[in-house]
Design a protein around this ligand. Structure first.
Ligand code: SF4
Ligand code: SF4
Length: 206
């Protein structure tokens, strides 16, 4: 495929599939850098937020792959600061979320993102099971995945006695509907969710 086809967001390219799944076009970005200037995590990232967009704009598959391998996409907190500052209304958090899904699907997650990914998966698993977050289930699953059994363990009694940790999950009326949404997105990871959202509710690694 030609660089022109890549640069125009052809549906066979990562920017093209991103646009189909989320409605976001990386070609609206003119690299002003306002997103990066306001990003609280930019200093920790291997590629600044505007650089992630630039990697996708250049029409080179190897640079698209570089974006999927970046640590930045896993550090993004989905805080929306960049989106609020962008003069072109580029929704970078939505782009970051799509890149996380694609990075995971292609097995190119940055090695330093292992714990973040474990949290991401534990978070989604507890939502899928119960329809809403269950903190004890989330913490247990995260510790099993990472082996960080004693991390923050002294906080647990304080949280428990303040009523912040419930041993058992609460069932919600729409539990089956939530599970169906997960099943649907598992089957078609590129398919847009209702309202065109990439995967609302995953939050920051969410
Ligand atoms: S603020 Fe918007 S237009 Fe400017 S570099 Fe960031 S994404 Fe691009
Ligand atoms: S949403 Fe992500 S990329 Fe945007 S400002 Fe927040 S942390 Fe940075």
């Amino acid at each position: 495929m030609s660089a022109t086809a890549h640069a125009s967001g052809h549906s066979d390219t990562l920017p093209g599939r991103l646009r189909e799944a989320t409605g976001e076009s990386v070609f609206n970005c003119y690299q002003c850098g306002k997103c990066t200037a306001g990003c609280p995590l930019a200093a920790e990232m291997d590629y600044a937020p505007n650089q992630i967009v630039r990697l996708l704009q250049l029409g080179l598959p190897e640079l698209e792959e570089e974006a999927l391998r970046a640590l930045s996409i896993w550090l993004c907190l989905t805080c929306e600061t960049c989106a609020a500052r962008c003069p072109q209304e580029v929704d970078l958090p939505r782009i970051m979320e799509y890149l996380r899904q694609q990075s995971l699907a292609r097995g190119v997650v940055h090695p330093k993102a292992k714990d973040i990914l474990a949290f991401h998966e534990a978070f989604l698993a507890t939502i899928k099971r119960g329809g809403r977050l269950h903190e004890v289930g989330l913490i247990s699953s995260y510790k099993l995945k990472t082996g960080h059994f004693f991390q923050d363990v002294l906080l647990a009694p304080k949280l428990f006695f303040r009523g912040k940790l419930k041993p058992l999950p609460h069932a919600i009326p729409g539990q089956a509907d939530v599970a169906r949404i997960f099943d649907r997105t598992d089957r078609a990871p590129d398919a847009p969710l209702p309202h065109g959202r990439g995967s609302e509710g995953q939050g920051n690694h969410t």
